[in-house]
Design a protein around this ligand. Sequence first.
Ligand code: UTP
Length: 290
Amino acid sequence: MKTTIKKAILPAAGLGTRFLPATKASPKEMLPIVDKPLIQYAVEESISCGIEDFIIITGKYKRAIEDHFDTAYRLEEKLRTSGKEKILKELNKLNHINLAYIRQRVPMGLGHAILCAKPFVKNEPFVVILSDDVIDPEYPLLQEMIKIYEKKKCPVIALEEVPRSEVNRYGIIDGRQEGNMYRINNLVEKPKPEKSPSNLAIIGRYILTPEIFNILEKQKPGAGGEIQLTDALKSLVKKTPIYGYLIKGKRYDAGDKLGYLKATVDFALKNRELSGDFKKYLIEKIEKLR
Ligand code: UTP
């Protein structure tokens, strides 16, 4: 796909407290769904939109992410000499992308993580992908958002309708529907259900413009004492239009144990090598549970 957006920021410096103890010394973004880590799904999603420059925001205990995208000489040699060319090809398929790593020294929130990329993004629009929000790879959410950006040249954020009882886990928008989009008037981070302006939650795909950096630089800590991207967007929407795009496919919150398990089951059922045996196993299991 043709786009003027060249860069993606992948914040991966969060503490992953919902997935402890698995995330104590290894990154949440490296949790696998079937055979690929969460962050690789995010990278492949961006590549399908023509984005090949990645800025990954890392922190303590996140070195495995760098190793994952690096060459593994010994392993590759072993695969070559043992004739495992198919696996080797799979391992090398992301070799053409450009990766930069920035360390967020203290995890001060998503807004702060994005601000860390300012010197490397300069004056361009960019995509932000939260790897723990996994989108069904068959559904081109990011491509649809990029099309809107190319038409409007304004920030676009992905939305999902969530039950009212869960709005306090998300950034929530107030907006007016315009065709297949929402023109956003206001945003609020983790509102109480009774005070929430809607049940339209912000999910982990954003197309942003560089004005957000100037706002983030002055942004005071908000919910949870963190520098929140939602608060910065709330200031930005007073100056420039921001559009919301309601997701039409499936999203999994893989940073949450139940969401992660759902993603694993669905992806395994779609996996050519696994689906037959896995489905048989699930059916037997369900029969026993009845
Ligand atoms: P989450 O809200 O999922 O936080 O962050 P978390 O720390 O990763 O996980 P929990 O909630 O404690 O289980 C959303 C995204 O923002 C990144 C995370 O890595 C994740 O991709 N993030 C968050 C940062 O990069 N830095 C931060 O300071 C906070």
